[in-house]
Design a protein around this ligand. Structure first.
Ligand code: ADP
Length: 450
Protein backbone atom coordinates (compact mmCIF):
# COMPACT_ATOMS: atom_id res chain seq x y z
CA UNK A 1 0.00 0.00 0.00
CA UNK A 2 2.71 2.51 0.94
CA UNK A 3 4.57 1.58 -2.22
CA UNK A 4 1.45 2.33 -4.25
CA UNK A 5 0.98 5.64 -2.49
CA UNK A 6 4.54 6.63 -3.14
CA UNK A 7 4.21 5.67 -6.83
CA UNK A 8 1.06 7.77 -7.03
CA UNK A 9 2.90 10.71 -5.50
CA UNK A 10 5.75 10.39 -7.95
CA UNK A 11 3.42 10.28 -10.98
CA UNK A 12 1.63 13.37 -9.67
CA UNK A 13 4.93 15.13 -9.17
CA UNK A 14 5.98 14.29 -12.72
CA UNK A 15 2.74 15.64 -14.16
CA UNK A 16 2.47 18.72 -11.98
CA UNK A 17 4.52 21.05 -14.23
CA UNK A 18 2.05 20.22 -17.03
CA UNK A 19 -0.93 21.24 -14.92
CA UNK A 20 -1.49 24.95 -15.20
CA UNK A 21 -3.30 27.02 -12.61
CA UNK A 22 -5.88 29.68 -13.47
CA UNK A 23 -3.26 32.27 -12.56
CA UNK A 24 -0.72 30.81 -14.97
CA UNK A 25 -3.33 30.78 -17.74
CA UNK A 26 -4.14 34.42 -17.06
CA UNK A 27 -0.44 35.18 -17.35
CA UNK A 28 -0.31 33.41 -20.73
CA UNK A 29 -3.31 35.44 -21.86
CA UNK A 30 -1.56 38.62 -20.75
CA UNK A 31 1.66 37.69 -22.52
CA UNK A 32 -0.21 36.80 -25.70
CA UNK A 33 -1.91 40.20 -25.54
CA UNK A 34 1.44 41.91 -25.12
CA UNK A 35 2.90 39.95 -28.01
CA UNK A 36 -0.04 40.80 -30.30
CA UNK A 37 0.46 44.51 -29.57
CA UNK A 38 4.22 44.27 -29.99
CA UNK A 39 3.82 42.45 -33.32
CA UNK A 40 1.57 45.22 -34.64
CA UNK A 41 3.99 47.96 -33.63
CA UNK A 42 7.24 46.29 -34.53
CA UNK A 43 8.92 46.96 -37.84
CA UNK A 44 11.52 44.31 -37.29
CA UNK A 45 11.24 40.71 -36.15
CA UNK A 46 8.86 39.90 -33.31
CA UNK A 47 7.86 36.62 -31.68
CA UNK A 48 4.24 36.98 -32.82
CA UNK A 49 4.50 38.37 -36.32
CA UNK A 50 1.03 39.90 -36.94
CA UNK A 51 1.21 39.67 -40.72
CA UNK A 52 -1.22 41.70 -42.84
CA UNK A 53 -3.39 39.41 -45.01
CA UNK A 54 -4.80 41.96 -47.49
CA UNK A 55 -8.23 40.49 -46.80
CA UNK A 56 -10.48 43.47 -46.12
CA UNK A 57 -13.89 41.88 -45.92
CA UNK A 58 -15.63 38.59 -45.29
CA UNK A 59 -18.05 37.11 -47.87
CA UNK A 60 -21.55 38.60 -48.06
CA UNK A 61 -23.26 35.83 -50.01
CA UNK A 62 -23.14 37.49 -53.41
CA UNK A 63 -20.02 35.58 -54.47
CA UNK A 64 -20.54 33.38 -57.49
CA UNK A 65 -18.65 31.35 -60.07
CA UNK A 66 -16.37 28.35 -60.21
CA UNK A 67 -13.13 28.50 -58.26
CA UNK A 68 -10.30 26.13 -57.71
CA UNK A 69 -9.22 26.03 -54.07
CA UNK A 70 -5.72 24.75 -53.41
CA UNK A 71 -4.15 24.30 -50.02
CA UNK A 72 -0.77 23.27 -48.73
CA UNK A 73 -1.12 22.24 -45.07
CA UNK A 74 1.29 20.61 -42.66
CA UNK A 75 0.65 17.09 -43.93
CA UNK A 76 -1.44 17.26 -47.09
CA UNK A 77 -2.03 19.18 -50.27
CA UNK A 78 -5.72 19.60 -50.99
CA UNK A 79 -7.48 20.50 -54.21
CA UNK A 80 -11.14 21.38 -54.39
CA UNK A 81 -13.45 22.74 -57.05
CA UNK A 82 -16.02 25.07 -55.56
CA UNK A 83 -19.06 26.36 -57.36
CA UNK A 84 -20.38 29.43 -55.58
CA UNK A 85 -23.93 30.05 -56.63
CA UNK A 86 -25.68 33.06 -55.19
CA UNK A 87 -25.42 32.30 -51.51
CA UNK A 88 -25.44 28.58 -51.98
CA UNK A 89 -22.16 26.90 -51.44
CA UNK A 90 -22.13 23.72 -53.44
CA UNK A 91 -19.51 21.43 -52.19
CA UNK A 92 -19.42 17.71 -52.17
CA UNK A 93 -16.80 15.04 -51.67
CA UNK A 94 -16.84 14.38 -55.37
CA UNK A 95 -15.02 17.56 -56.26
CA UNK A 96 -12.25 17.22 -53.75
CA UNK A 97 -8.96 15.34 -53.53
CA UNK A 98 -6.29 15.09 -50.83
CA UNK A 99 -2.67 14.37 -51.62
CA UNK A 100 -0.37 13.46 -48.71
CA UNK A 101 2.92 15.35 -48.98
CA UNK A 102 5.81 12.85 -48.78
CA UNK A 103 8.52 13.70 -46.24
CA UNK A 104 11.18 13.68 -48.98
CA UNK A 105 9.20 16.42 -50.75
CA UNK A 106 8.74 18.46 -47.53
CA UNK A 107 12.46 18.34 -46.98
CA UNK A 108 13.79 18.28 -50.55
CA UNK A 109 14.32 21.22 -52.89
CA UNK A 110 11.81 24.02 -53.38
CA UNK A 111 11.59 23.25 -57.08
CA UNK A 112 10.65 19.63 -56.32
CA UNK A 113 8.03 20.75 -53.84
CA UNK A 114 6.32 23.12 -56.27
CA UNK A 115 6.64 20.60 -59.11
CA UNK A 116 4.89 18.11 -56.86
CA UNK A 117 2.11 20.63 -56.17
CA UNK A 118 1.72 21.39 -59.88
CA UNK A 119 1.54 17.68 -60.56
CA UNK A 120 -1.23 17.27 -57.96
CA UNK A 121 -3.15 20.19 -59.51
CA UNK A 122 -2.73 18.61 -62.96
CA UNK A 123 -4.02 15.30 -61.64
CA UNK A 124 -7.00 17.01 -60.02
CA UNK A 125 -7.89 18.97 -63.18
CA UNK A 126 -7.68 15.73 -65.16
CA UNK A 127 -9.97 14.08 -62.63
CA UNK A 128 -12.45 16.94 -62.93
CA UNK A 129 -12.06 17.10 -66.71
CA UNK A 130 -11.16 20.80 -66.50
CA UNK A 131 -7.62 21.02 -67.72
CA UNK A 132 -8.32 23.54 -70.45
CA UNK A 133 -10.41 25.89 -68.34
CA UNK A 134 -7.88 28.42 -66.88
CA UNK A 135 -9.84 28.58 -63.65
CA UNK A 136 -9.46 31.34 -61.10
CA UNK A 137 -7.72 29.82 -58.09
CA UNK A 138 -7.34 30.67 -54.42
CA UNK A 139 -4.41 29.23 -52.51
CA UNK A 140 -4.14 28.55 -48.79
CA UNK A 141 -0.60 28.27 -47.62
CA UNK A 142 -0.24 27.30 -43.98
CA UNK A 143 3.16 28.86 -43.31
CA UNK A 144 4.04 32.43 -42.37
CA UNK A 145 4.22 34.72 -45.40
CA UNK A 146 5.00 38.41 -45.56
CA UNK A 147 2.43 39.71 -48.03
CA UNK A 148 2.48 42.85 -50.14
CA UNK A 149 -0.88 42.14 -51.76
CA UNK A 150 -3.59 39.48 -51.89
CA UNK A 151 -1.84 37.51 -54.63
CA UNK A 152 1.72 37.44 -53.39
CA UNK A 153 3.38 36.09 -50.26
CA UNK A 154 7.05 35.77 -49.38
CA UNK A 155 7.71 32.76 -47.16
CA UNK A 156 9.25 34.03 -43.91
CA UNK A 157 10.28 30.63 -42.58
CA UNK A 158 9.14 27.05 -42.83
CA UNK A 159 7.43 25.59 -39.75
CA UNK A 160 6.04 22.17 -38.79
CA UNK A 161 7.74 19.39 -40.79
CA UNK A 162 8.85 21.44 -43.80
CA UNK A 163 12.35 22.54 -44.70
CA UNK A 164 12.42 22.54 -48.53
CA UNK A 165 15.42 24.53 -49.79
CA UNK A 166 15.33 27.85 -51.69
CA UNK A 167 11.83 28.82 -50.60
CA UNK A 168 12.35 31.11 -47.62
CA UNK A 169 12.49 34.68 -48.87
CA UNK A 170 10.71 33.79 -52.13
CA UNK A 171 7.18 34.47 -53.34
CA UNK A 172 5.21 31.24 -53.05
CA UNK A 173 2.68 32.27 -55.71
CA UNK A 174 5.53 33.04 -58.10
CA UNK A 175 7.10 29.64 -57.39
CA UNK A 176 3.78 27.90 -58.07
CA UNK A 177 3.27 29.87 -61.31
CA UNK A 178 6.75 28.89 -62.48
CA UNK A 179 6.14 25.21 -61.67
CA UNK A 180 2.88 25.33 -63.64
CA UNK A 181 4.77 26.89 -66.55
CA UNK A 182 7.46 24.20 -66.36
CA UNK A 183 4.76 21.56 -66.47
CA UNK A 184 3.15 23.23 -69.49
CA UNK A 185 -0.08 21.21 -69.26
CA UNK A 186 -2.62 23.68 -67.92
CA UNK A 187 -2.92 27.27 -66.84
CA UNK A 188 -4.40 28.86 -63.74
CA UNK A 189 -5.33 32.38 -62.75
CA UNK A 190 -4.03 32.52 -59.16
CA UNK A 191 -6.07 35.29 -57.56
CA UNK A 192 -5.22 35.05 -53.88
CA UNK A 193 -3.03 33.46 -51.28
CA UNK A 194 -4.06 33.28 -47.63
CA UNK A 195 -3.03 31.45 -44.52
CA UNK A 196 -5.23 28.48 -43.51
CA UNK A 197 -6.50 30.40 -40.48
CA UNK A 198 -7.67 33.24 -42.76
CA UNK A 199 -9.25 30.64 -45.07
CA UNK A 200 -11.07 29.09 -42.13
CA UNK A 201 -12.37 32.46 -41.02
CA UNK A 202 -13.64 33.16 -44.56
CA UNK A 203 -15.43 29.84 -44.87
CA UNK A 204 -17.07 30.17 -41.46
CA UNK A 205 -18.00 33.81 -42.06
CA UNK A 206 -19.99 32.64 -45.06
CA UNK A 207 -22.21 30.73 -42.62
CA UNK A 208 -22.07 33.10 -39.69
CA UNK A 209 -21.46 36.84 -40.22
CA UNK A 210 -20.34 37.12 -36.57
CA UNK A 211 -17.29 35.05 -37.44
CA UNK A 212 -14.31 37.40 -37.36
CA UNK A 213 -11.60 35.04 -36.19
CA UNK A 214 -10.13 31.85 -37.61
CA UNK A 215 -8.28 29.27 -35.54
CA UNK A 216 -6.32 26.19 -36.56
CA UNK A 217 -5.55 23.26 -34.29
CA UNK A 218 -4.04 20.70 -36.61
CA UNK A 219 -0.44 19.93 -37.49
CA UNK A 220 0.37 23.48 -36.56
CA UNK A 221 -1.58 26.24 -34.99
CA UNK A 222 -2.45 29.72 -35.96
CA UNK A 223 -5.02 32.31 -35.40
CA UNK A 224 -6.09 35.40 -37.16
CA UNK A 225 -7.97 38.23 -36.09
CA UNK A 226 -10.30 39.50 -38.73
CA UNK A 227 -11.23 42.59 -36.87
CA UNK A 228 -7.90 44.07 -36.07
CA UNK A 229 -7.13 47.56 -37.19
CA UNK A 230 -3.78 47.49 -38.82
CA UNK A 231 -1.43 49.88 -37.10
CA UNK A 232 1.73 49.45 -39.12
CA UNK A 233 2.39 52.81 -40.71
CA UNK A 234 2.22 51.72 -44.30
CA UNK A 235 -1.34 50.56 -43.75
CA UNK A 236 -2.57 53.68 -41.98
CA UNK A 237 -5.93 54.78 -43.26
CA UNK A 238 -7.16 51.29 -44.07
CA UNK A 239 -10.13 50.85 -41.79
CA UNK A 240 -10.03 47.10 -41.27
CA UNK A 241 -7.81 44.28 -42.37
CA UNK A 242 -7.56 40.68 -41.29
CA UNK A 243 -4.27 40.00 -39.52
CA UNK A 244 -2.55 36.66 -39.49
CA UNK A 245 -1.20 36.61 -35.94
CA UNK A 246 1.21 33.65 -36.37
CA UNK A 247 0.74 33.12 -32.64
CA UNK A 248 2.73 29.88 -32.72
CA UNK A 249 5.84 32.03 -32.23
CA UNK A 250 4.79 33.21 -28.76
CA UNK A 251 7.58 32.35 -26.37
CA UNK A 252 10.36 32.48 -28.96
CA UNK A 253 11.69 35.47 -27.01
CA UNK A 254 11.66 33.53 -23.73
CA UNK A 255 8.29 34.79 -22.53
CA UNK A 256 6.96 31.27 -21.84
CA UNK A 257 10.05 29.95 -20.06
CA UNK A 258 8.22 29.50 -16.76
CA UNK A 259 5.51 27.37 -18.45
CA UNK A 260 7.77 25.31 -20.70
CA UNK A 261 8.81 22.04 -19.06
CA UNK A 262 11.96 20.04 -19.72
CA UNK A 263 9.78 17.61 -21.72
CA UNK A 264 8.87 20.48 -24.04
CA UNK A 265 12.51 21.54 -24.30
CA UNK A 266 13.44 18.02 -25.29
CA UNK A 267 10.76 18.04 -28.03
CA UNK A 268 11.98 21.46 -29.18
CA UNK A 269 15.59 20.33 -29.34
CA UNK A 270 14.65 17.28 -31.45
CA UNK A 271 12.56 19.37 -33.86
CA UNK A 272 13.47 20.79 -37.27
CA UNK A 273 13.40 24.33 -35.86
CA UNK A 274 14.83 24.40 -32.31
CA UNK A 275 14.02 27.56 -30.39
CA UNK A 276 11.23 28.50 -32.80
CA UNK A 277 7.44 28.15 -32.57
CA UNK A 278 7.55 27.45 -28.85
CA UNK A 279 3.79 28.03 -28.32
CA UNK A 280 2.97 25.82 -31.32
CA UNK A 281 5.07 23.05 -29.81
CA UNK A 282 2.91 23.12 -26.67
CA UNK A 283 -0.41 22.95 -28.46
CA UNK A 284 -0.35 21.46 -31.93
CA UNK A 285 -0.95 17.96 -33.27
CA UNK A 286 2.52 17.60 -34.65
CA UNK A 287 4.11 17.77 -31.19
CA UNK A 288 1.67 16.56 -28.51
CA UNK A 289 2.47 12.89 -29.04
CA UNK A 290 6.17 13.64 -28.69
CA UNK A 291 5.58 15.51 -25.43
CA UNK A 292 3.69 12.47 -24.17
CA UNK A 293 6.54 10.20 -25.22
CA UNK A 294 9.05 12.34 -23.31
CA UNK A 295 6.96 12.10 -20.14
CA UNK A 296 6.58 8.33 -20.59
CA UNK A 297 10.35 8.01 -21.00
CA UNK A 298 10.89 9.90 -17.78
CA UNK A 299 8.35 7.82 -15.85
CA UNK A 300 9.86 4.61 -17.21
CA UNK A 301 13.38 5.66 -16.26
CA UNK A 302 12.03 6.36 -12.79
CA UNK A 303 10.68 2.80 -12.64
CA UNK A 304 7.07 3.97 -12.55
CA UNK A 305 6.00 2.56 -15.94
CA UNK A 306 6.58 -0.42 -18.23
CA UNK A 307 8.47 -2.24 -15.46
CA UNK A 308 11.23 0.31 -15.82
CA UNK A 309 12.19 -1.05 -19.25
CA UNK A 310 13.04 1.66 -21.78
CA UNK A 311 12.37 -0.26 -24.98
CA UNK A 312 13.46 0.59 -28.51
CA UNK A 313 9.83 1.42 -29.33
CA UNK A 314 9.67 3.98 -26.55
CA UNK A 315 12.95 5.50 -27.71
CA UNK A 316 11.63 5.99 -31.25
CA UNK A 317 10.91 9.61 -32.16
CA UNK A 318 7.45 10.14 -33.58
CA UNK A 319 5.86 6.76 -32.73
CA UNK A 320 3.23 8.40 -30.58
CA UNK A 321 0.99 10.09 -33.15
CA UNK A 322 -1.51 12.56 -31.75
CA UNK A 323 -4.35 10.40 -33.03
CA UNK A 324 -3.38 7.87 -30.31
CA UNK A 325 -3.98 10.55 -27.70
CA UNK A 326 -7.50 10.87 -29.10
CA UNK A 327 -8.03 7.12 -28.94
CA UNK A 328 -6.54 6.63 -25.49
CA UNK A 329 -8.46 9.55 -24.01
CA UNK A 330 -11.77 8.50 -25.48
CA UNK A 331 -14.27 7.92 -22.67
CA UNK A 332 -15.63 4.95 -24.54
CA UNK A 333 -12.34 3.10 -24.48
CA UNK A 334 -11.88 0.51 -21.76
CA UNK A 335 -8.45 0.10 -20.20
CA UNK A 336 -8.01 -3.16 -22.02
CA UNK A 337 -8.38 -1.27 -25.28
CA UNK A 338 -5.89 1.34 -24.13
CA UNK A 339 -3.48 -1.53 -23.64
CA UNK A 340 -4.15 -2.77 -27.13
CA UNK A 341 -3.42 0.69 -28.57
CA UNK A 342 -0.11 0.65 -26.69
CA UNK A 343 0.51 -2.86 -27.93
CA UNK A 344 0.18 -1.58 -31.52
CA UNK A 345 2.97 0.85 -30.72
CA UNK A 346 5.12 -1.98 -29.48
CA UNK A 347 4.60 -1.04 -25.83
CA UNK A 348 3.73 -3.91 -23.51
CA UNK A 349 1.68 -2.54 -20.67
CA UNK A 350 0.06 -3.68 -17.48
CA UNK A 351 -3.30 -2.42 -16.39
CA UNK A 352 -1.63 0.10 -14.05
CA UNK A 353 0.57 1.30 -16.91
CA UNK A 354 -2.45 1.98 -19.08
CA UNK A 355 -4.02 4.11 -16.34
CA UNK A 356 -0.86 6.19 -16.06
CA UNK A 357 -0.48 6.56 -19.84
CA UNK A 358 -4.05 7.77 -20.09
CA UNK A 359 -3.35 10.30 -17.37
CA UNK A 360 -0.24 11.56 -19.16
CA UNK A 361 -2.12 11.96 -22.45
CA UNK A 362 -4.88 13.80 -20.61
CA UNK A 363 -2.47 16.20 -18.94
CA UNK A 364 -0.72 17.04 -22.23
CA UNK A 365 -3.87 17.56 -24.31
CA UNK A 366 -5.65 19.43 -21.51
CA UNK A 367 -2.75 21.85 -21.27
CA UNK A 368 -2.78 22.29 -25.07
CA UNK A 369 -6.48 23.14 -25.12
CA UNK A 370 -6.13 25.49 -22.13
CA UNK A 371 -3.19 27.33 -23.67
CA UNK A 372 -5.10 27.70 -26.95
CA UNK A 373 -8.02 29.04 -24.90
CA UNK A 374 -5.74 31.58 -23.20
CA UNK A 375 -4.66 32.74 -26.65
CA UNK A 376 -8.23 33.06 -27.93
CA UNK A 377 -9.18 34.96 -24.76
CA UNK A 378 -6.37 37.45 -25.43
CA UNK A 379 -7.56 38.07 -28.99
CA UNK A 380 -11.27 38.46 -28.24
CA UNK A 381 -10.64 40.79 -25.30
CA UNK A 382 -8.39 42.90 -27.46
CA UNK A 383 -11.08 43.19 -30.13
CA UNK A 384 -13.65 44.04 -27.46
CA UNK A 385 -11.48 46.78 -26.01
CA UNK A 386 -10.56 48.17 -29.45
CA UNK A 387 -14.27 48.62 -30.05
CA UNK A 388 -14.87 50.19 -26.65
CA UNK A 389 -17.42 47.52 -25.70
CA UNK A 390 -18.36 46.13 -22.27
CA UNK A 391 -19.45 42.95 -23.95
CA UNK A 392 -18.61 41.29 -27.25
CA UNK A 393 -20.40 38.46 -29.05
CA UNK A 394 -18.06 36.84 -31.52
CA UNK A 395 -17.64 33.60 -33.45
CA UNK A 396 -14.35 31.81 -33.99
CA UNK A 397 -14.19 29.51 -37.01
CA UNK A 398 -12.05 26.48 -36.18
CA UNK A 399 -10.38 23.85 -38.29
CA UNK A 400 -7.80 21.13 -37.79
CA UNK A 401 -7.87 17.45 -36.83
CA UNK A 402 -6.84 18.04 -33.23
CA UNK A 403 -9.89 20.25 -32.69
CA UNK A 404 -12.26 18.10 -34.67
CA UNK A 405 -11.19 14.62 -33.65
CA UNK A 406 -9.84 14.81 -30.11
CA UNK A 407 -12.55 13.88 -27.57
CA UNK A 408 -11.92 16.70 -25.07
CA UNK A 409 -9.89 19.41 -26.79
CA UNK A 410 -12.84 21.50 -28.01
CA UNK A 411 -14.67 21.37 -24.66
CA UNK A 412 -11.63 22.42 -22.64
CA UNK A 413 -10.85 25.17 -25.15
CA UNK A 414 -14.38 26.56 -24.80
CA UNK A 415 -14.32 26.36 -20.98
CA UNK A 416 -11.00 28.15 -20.81
CA UNK A 417 -12.11 30.96 -23.11
CA UNK A 418 -15.27 31.40 -21.02
CA UNK A 419 -13.20 31.56 -17.85
CA UNK A 420 -10.49 33.91 -19.13
CA UNK A 421 -12.67 36.26 -21.20
CA UNK A 422 -15.83 36.67 -19.14
CA UNK A 423 -16.80 39.86 -20.97
CA UNK A 424 -17.06 38.03 -24.28
CA UNK A 425 -19.47 35.39 -25.51
CA UNK A 426 -17.36 33.30 -27.82
CA UNK A 427 -18.93 30.68 -30.09
CA UNK A 428 -16.60 28.15 -31.62
CA UNK A 429 -17.77 27.08 -35.07
CA UNK A 430 -16.11 24.06 -36.66
CA UNK A 431 -15.44 24.87 -40.26
CA UNK A 432 -17.43 22.68 -42.62
CA UNK A 433 -15.70 23.24 -45.90
CA UNK A 434 -12.31 23.72 -44.25
CA UNK A 435 -9.91 26.41 -45.23
CA UNK A 436 -10.19 25.22 -48.86
CA UNK A 437 -13.63 26.68 -49.34
CA UNK A 438 -12.29 29.77 -47.63
CA UNK A 439 -9.58 30.03 -50.28
CA UNK A 440 -12.24 29.96 -53.00
CA UNK A 441 -14.29 32.58 -51.16
CA UNK A 442 -11.22 34.77 -50.67
CA UNK A 443 -10.51 34.57 -54.39
CA UNK A 444 -14.16 35.44 -55.14
CA UNK A 445 -14.16 38.39 -52.71
CA UNK A 446 -10.82 39.63 -54.08
CA UNK A 447 -12.14 39.48 -57.64
CA UNK A 448 -15.22 41.49 -56.73
CA UNK A 449 -12.91 44.38 -55.90
CA UNK A 450 -11.43 44.43 -59.39
P1 ADP B 1 -3.04 20.00 -41.73
O1 ADP B 1 -2.49 20.58 -40.49
O2 ADP B 1 -2.04 19.35 -42.60
O3 ADP B 1 -3.90 20.96 -42.48
P2 ADP B 1 -4.87 18.42 -40.11
O4 ADP B 1 -5.69 19.54 -39.64
O5 ADP B 1 -5.58 17.16 -40.53
O6 ADP B 1 -3.95 18.78 -41.36
O7 ADP B 1 -3.85 18.08 -38.97
C1 ADP B 1 -3.04 16.96 -38.97
C2 ADP B 1 -2.53 16.81 -37.56
O8 ADP B 1 -3.58 16.37 -36.74
C3 ADP B 1 -1.40 15.83 -37.40
O9 ADP B 1 -0.38 16.48 -36.66
C4 ADP B 1 -1.97 14.71 -36.58
O10 ADP B 1 -1.07 14.32 -35.55
C5 ADP B 1 -3.19 15.30 -35.94
N1 ADP B 1 -4.26 14.31 -35.92
C6 ADP B 1 -4.65 13.45 -36.87
N2 ADP B 1 -5.65 12.67 -36.46
C7 ADP B 1 -5.92 13.05 -35.20
C8 ADP B 1 -6.84 12.62 -34.21
N3 ADP B 1 -7.69 11.61 -34.42
N4 ADP B 1 -6.82 13.25 -33.03
C9 ADP B 1 -5.95 14.25 -32.78
N5 ADP B 1 -5.06 14.68 -33.65
C10 ADP B 1 -5.04 14.10 -34.84
Amino acid sequence: RTKLASQRRQVDETLSPLRLSGEQLLLVKKRMRGALEAGLKSKGPSAVKMLPSYVYQTPDGTEHGKYLALGLGGTNFRALLVDLKKGLLQNSRLNHKIYPTPVEIMQGSGEELFDHIAQCVGDFLDYMGMKSARLPAGLTFSFPCEQAGIDTGTLVSWTKGFKATDCEGHDVVGMLREAIKRRNEFDLDIVSVVNDAVGTMMSCAYEDPQCEIGLIAGTGTNQDDGAEREKKEEHAGIPKMCINTEWGGLGDDGSLDDIITHYDSEVDQNSLNPGKQRFEKLISGMYLGEVVRQVLLDLTRGGLLFRGQVTEALKTTGIFHTKYLSQIESDRLALLQVRSVLQQLGLDSTCDDSIIVKEVCGAVSHRAAQLSGAGVAAVVDKIRENRGLDHLDITVGVDGSLYKLHPHFSGVLQQTVNMLAPQCTVSLLPSEGGSGTGAALTAAVARKKL
